[in-house]
Design a protein around this ligand. Structure first.
Ligand code: NAP
Length: 235
């Protein structure tokens, strides 16, 4: 895919991995729309990202709402004309042993990390089929490795890996590529953290942006459908 001028919708683009992917796409001359729930964070991100390129816009949209995802798709098409790439990235993490895990934490995790991706994909798919584009979901190594306190998060990410692989088979003959990226520890605001120098051993958000660009640059005949990525030297 020749990247300059292509359009990309990134859910959860105000911070962390989504923001890093936005940076990488803008540096390649792509036209970017980011979404999230917090308007101040979105405005701040757009103001920073516009230093790279003016082809950046935002839409306040919660992935839990299909209407919001349809609104974001319409906003992108109104501004840029078509959608070439969708990055279903927005996600949260609630970690607790099953005795302590609340129904609200369970529902929040599944609604955002799994149903949220379904909503984004369903709302954007007609446009992505038209453009013979690319859908990338951001899962996690927690989508293949389970751990104590991970009941909700593991369930959402195992589900997301299965969802992504199944839809890849559904749409590839229509010329649409689908991949999932499964990162280990990335230095982000995940789970209300603030990245510091002590996180320099972790994958950085822009490294995931580089993987997205590499996927988009693969020859049309080749589809790396599942990408596992981890820190080279974990602490
Ligand atoms: N950090 C890691 O180590 C790591 C590892 C593997 C996978 N991941 C995955 O990477 C993805 C991004 O996480 P991150 O680490 O970049 O976290 P982050 O720094 O906390 O960023 C999360 C982004 O998602 C948005 N978001 C959260 N809930 C949303 C919703 N309901 N609707 C729309 N946007 C929403 C947030 O904005 P608002 O809160 O304003 O909505 C924010 O922009 C997640 O799916 C996570 O599971 C992270």
């Amino acid at each position: 895919m020749k990247l300059a001028g292509k359009t990309v919708l990134i859910t959860g683009g105000s911070k962390g991995i989504g923001y890093g992917i936005a940076q990488s796409c803008l540096k390649k001359g792509m036209k970017v729309m980011i979404t999230a729930r917090n308007e101040d964070d979105l405005d701040g991100a757009v103001s920073q990202l516009s230093k790279i390129s003016r082809d950046i816009d935002s839409c306040l949209a919660d992935v839990r709402s299909m209407k919001d995802q349809e609104k974001a798709v319409k906003a992108l098409v109104d501004r840029y004309g078509s959608i070439d790439v969708v990055i279903a990235n927005a996600g949260v993490g609630h970690f607790a042993p099953i005795e302590d895990l609340t129904a609200q934490q369970w529902n929040d995790t599944i609604d955002i990390n799994l149903t949220g991706v379904f909503n984004t994909v369903k709302a954007s798919l007609p446009e992505v089929i038209k453009s013979k584009g690319y859908i990338i979901t951001i899962a996690s190594l927690a989508g293949t490795n389970f751990f104590a306190t991970g009941a909700a998060y593991n369930a959402s990410k195992f589900g997301l890996v299965g969802f992504t692989q199944a839809i890849m088979l559904d749409v590839r003959r229509k010329g649409v590529k689908v991949s999932t990226i499964m990162p280990g520890s990335v230095a982000t605001h995940f789970n209300d953290r603030t990245p510091t120098d002590a996180d320099s051993w972790k994958i950085q958000a822009e490294d995931i942006g580089q993987i997205v660009v590499d996927l988009l640059n693969m020859p049309p005949r080749t589809l790396p459908s599942k990408v596992e990525v981890r820190p080279s030297i974990p602490k």
